[in-house]
Ligand binder design. Structure first.
Ligand SMILES: *[C@@H]1O[C@H](CO)[C@@H](O)[C@H](O)[C@H]1NC(C)=O
Ligand SMILES: *[C@@H]1O[C@H](CO)[C@@H](O)[C@H](O)[C@H]1NC(C)=O
Ligand SMILES: *[C@@H]1O[C@H](CO)[C@@H](O)[C@H](O)[C@H]1NC(C)=O
Length: 332
C-alpha cells in the first residue's frame, strides 16, 4: 500500500518533470547537449581535433568559423543552409553580399564532416557541426565556453535573399541592426554581447572605408572615429581600390577573445560603424558596452548565454530536414 502510493508520487513527479522539460525545450527547440551521447560519443573529440589543428595552422580560422555560426543562424535558422553550394535548384548563400569573398572555413567543416561520417555515418548534422566548431573556436581563442545545444537537423534549402537581407551589415543603422536581432528572437543585450565576437578576426577595407573619408551616407551624421586610428587605417585602405585588404578588428589583442573590443569602442577606436553605434545611438546599449568594457567576466557570462540563445534560432528537429552526408549538398 505504502509502496504503491510512493510509486504514484514518483510517477507524478516524473510526469511533472517531463512536462517541465518539454515546455522548456519547446522554447529553444528540443535540443540537448547530450544529443549524441549514445549515437556518436566521439563527436566532440572529433570536432575538437580538426578545429584545433586548423586554428593552430592559422589563428584567424577561429574568427572565420565563429562567423559562419552567425551567418547560418540569421538565415532561416541554424540549419546549415549556409554550407550548401549552388546547383540542383539551390542558389548558394555563399555568394550573397555578407558572405561573398569573406565567408571562409568551409573546408575545415568538410574535414570535420568526413571524419564524423567515418566514425558515425549520417548521424551528426552539419548544423550541429557549425555550432560545435564555433564553441571550439571561441575557447581556442581564449574566450568563454558553454554547453552546445545539439540535435539540429540540416535544411534542404538555402535562401540567397535571406542572406542578403537578414544578416546585419557593417553600415546599417543601430535600429536596422537591432531589428535584424529582434526578428529572430534576440534582444539588445544579445546584440551587444554577440557583437563582442569582433574581439577576434579581420575586416576588409570595403566594410569600413566610408568611415575614413567622411562618407557617412544613410542620412547619418559623420562618424566619430579617433583621428589617429583613422589615419592608421587610411594607409592600407585607400579612397578607392584595396577593397579586400584586411585589418584586425581589435588592434590591442587581435587574436585573443577578450573585452578589449568594448574598450576600443569607448575610445572611439571601433572599426565598423555597426560597432560604433552601440555606444552612440542608444542609451541602453551604451550601458552594456560600458559594463562589458569594465568586466571581462560579465562579458563572458553574457556571451555564453546569448550564443546559446542564437544557436536555438528555428532549429529543424524531429523529422524535419535531414542529416546531410555532405554539408555542401542536400541528400539525393
Ligand atoms: C562574388 O564576388 C566575385 C568576385 O568579386 C564576383 O565575381 C561574383 O560575381 C560575386 N558573386 C555574386 C553572387 O555576386
Ligand atoms: C552599405 O554597404 C553596401 C555594400 O558595400 C552598399 O551597397 C550600400 O550602399 C551601403 N549603404 C549605405 C547606406 O552606405
Ligand atoms: C560630414 O563631413 C563632410 C566632410 O568633412 C562634410 O562636408 C559634411 O557636411 C559632414 N556632414 C555632416 C552631416 O556633418
Amino acid at each position: 500500500m505504502a509502496s504503491k502510493s510512493i510509486n504514484l508520487i514518483i510517477s507524478i513527479v516524473v510526469l511533472a518533470f517531463a512536462t517541465l522539460c518539454f515546455s522548456q525545450s519547446s522554447n529553444g527547440g528540443s535540443l540537448s547537449p547530450q544529443f549524441y551521447a549514445r549515437s556518436c560519443p566521439q563527436a566532440h573529440k572529433i570536432v575538437h581535433s580538426v578545429v584545433s589543428g586548423a586554428v593552430a595552422r592559422e589563428p584567424r580560422m577561429a574568427a572565420s568559423l565563429l562567423r559562419l555560426h552567425f551567418h547560418d543562424c540569421f538565415v532561416q535558422g541554424c540549419d546549415a543552409s549556409l554550407l550548401l553550394d549552388s546547383g540542383n535548384g539551390i542558389v548558394s548563400e555563399k555568394g550573397a553580399v555578407p558572405n561573398n569573398n569573406s565567408a571562409r572555413g568551409f573546408d575545415v567543416l568538410d574535414q570535420v564532416k568526413s571524419a564524423l561520417e567515418k566514425a558515425c555515418p549520417q548521424t551528426v548534422s552539419c548544423a550541429d557541426i557549425i555550432a560545435l566548431a564555433a564553441r571550439e573556436s571561441t575557447v581556442l581563442a581564449g574566450g568563454p565556453s558553454w554547453d552546445v545545444q545539439l540535435g539540429r537537423r540540416d535544411s534542404r534549402s538555402a535562401s540567397f535573399s535571406g542572406a542578403n537581407n537578414n544578416i546585419p551589415a557593417p553600415n546599417n543603422t543601430f535600429q536596422t541592426i537591432l531589428s535584424t536581432y529582434t526578428r529572430v528572437g534576440l534582444d539588445i543585450v544579445d546584440l551587444v554581447a554577440l557583437s563582442g565576437s569582433h574581439t577576434i578576426g579581420n575586416s576588409r577595407c570595403t566594410s569600413f572605408r566610408q568611415r575614413l573619408y567622411n562618407q557617412a551616407g544613410n542620412g547619418q551624421p559623420n562618424f566619430t572615429m579617433d583621428q589617429n586610428y583613422a589615419a592608421r587605417l587610411r594607409t592600407g585602405c585607400p579612397r578607392s581600390g584595396g577593397d579586400q585588404n584586411l585589418f584586425v578588428m581589435d588592434f590591442i589583442t587581435p587574436a585573443k577573445f577578450d573585452n578589449n573590443y568594448f574598450k576600443n569602442i569607448l575610445s572611439s577606436e571601433a572599426m565598423l560603424n555597426s560597432d560604433e553605434v552601440l555606444a552612440t545611438r542608444n542609451k541602453m546599449s551604451l550601458g552594456l558596452v560600458r559594463k562589458f568594457a569594465a568586466s571581462n567576466e560579465a562579458f563572458f557570462q553574457q556571451y555564453a548565454k546569448s550564443i546559446v540563445k542564437m544557436g536555438s534560432i528555428s532549429p529543424l528537429t524531429g523529422s524535419r530536414g535531414e542529416i546531410r552526408r555532405n554539408c555542401r549538398a542536400v541528400n539525393t
